[in-house]
Ligand binder design. Structure first.
Ligand code: ATP
Ligand code: MG
Length: 321
């Protein structure tokens, strides 16, 4: 059973990425799984080349520092030739209507005067990521489920039309409380690309900045610490973050704090302590380029070896070569 999941270097790793995804990769993952930095996906909106390269390296360091098995980690663009080849074949398997239906495309393109074509087609590249590696399970947040459904549909259609080449993957949505919301606007999820970073805790933020952001988190004027996600989304978000850090239930935690200020102090300290070892280990890794280069080179070789026969078969049965 091979799991595959990714993080896009469109910005710095935020608390939601860590609690909802990366931390789980460290718990569930093993050498046979595939966790990668999806730098190709980061090019679907306006990007700066040197910043992209730096963020890719930084995310690689954060993922390893979080305890993910380094043997399972890679960088997407180290496979750009293989992915490019399969993406073409899968684009010839996908209809325009299917791509245009993707909710994330609609959300990310709305109100923009100029939208890169790759923003429309990147779910097909994501299908290539998954199918090329023969992944069975793809842990994703709700926001990415539709893309995994597309990968399933393309795998089935390809296999049915040309011959059995691909495993049909399925999305697995991590269970509880893994949706961290923006501290300044708890109706939205925390995002590494939010326009205003006041509501985003980054994994590498210094402790005092983490404390400040949490103290300023938007709550409400009920002055009552209750776990009620619908009526009190800001307070519920703080309780869920604390729950993710302590392993205790949000309802139970709600009873233990009298005021919003009390709650915020406790959440701030819990988050600072949760992130401290990761921040320190990331710094060490970034100061030791040889180690990161080694992990990356191993990941490139491993994912290339894994995909070669599948790519050759896909090209052959579809009439190429
Ligand atoms: P972007 O704005 O570029 O989409 P993002 O913060 O949504 O950034 P992704 O790279 O899209 O990050 O997602 C990486 C992983 O983190 C995915 O598994 C995604 O489901 C998860 N994730 C993202 N945001 C949150 C969040 N707020 N809470 C929990 N998990 C999250
Ligand atoms: Mg996202």
């Amino acid at each position: 059973m091979v799991r595959l999941s990714a993080i896009t270097p469109s910005g710095q790793v935020q608390l939601g990425n860590y609690l909802g995804a990366v931390r789980q990769w460290a718990v569930d993952g093993g050498e046979e799984d595939i966790y990668f930095i999806s730098d190709l996906h980061a090019m679907t909106t306006s990007h700066n080349p040197s910043r992209l390269r730096a963020l890719t390296r930084e995310q690689l360091a954060v993922v390893i520092a979080s305890g993910v098995d380094p043997r399972s980690v890679s960088v997407q663009s180290d496979l750009v030739r293989e992915l490019g080849a399969l993406t073409w074949v899968l684009e010839c398997t996908c209809t325009y209507g299917e791509a245009a239906r993707m909710v994330q495309f609609k959300e990310k393109s709305v109100g923009r005067s100029s939208v890169r074509l790759s923003l429309l087609t990147y779910p097909v590249l994501m299908a290539s990521d998954i199918l090329l590696q023969g992944a069975h399970e793809v842990p994703v947040g709700d926001d990415q489920k539709q893309h995994v459904e597309l990968a399933r549909a393309l795998a089935r259609r390809f296999n049915g039309t040309y011959g059995e080449v691909f495993a049909v993957p399925r999305a697995v949505v991590p269970p509880t409380g893994a949706r961290v919301r923006d501290l300044a606007d708890p109706t939205r999820k925390m995002d590494k690309t939010a326009k205003d970073a006041a509501g985003t805790v980054f994994v590498l933020d210094p402790p005092d900045l983490v404390r400040r952001k949490i103290r300023r988190a938007v709550t409400d004027d009920r002055a009552e610490v209750r776990y009620a996600p619908e009526e009190q989304p800001g307070v519920a978000n703080l309780l869920e973050i604390l729950s993710a850090c302590t392993g205790k239930e949000p309802q139970e935690l709600a009873g233990a704090h009298a005021t919003y200020d009390d709650l915020k102090e406790v959440v701030a300290e819990a988050v600072v302590e949760e992130l401290r070892p990761i921040r320190e280990r990331t710094r060490e890794l970034l100061d030791d380029p040889a180690e990161l280069d080694r992990v990356r080179a191993h990941g490139a070789e491993r994912t290339r070896d894994r995909c070669r026969h599948r790519l050759d078969a896909a090209l052959r049965v579809s009439g190429l070569g």
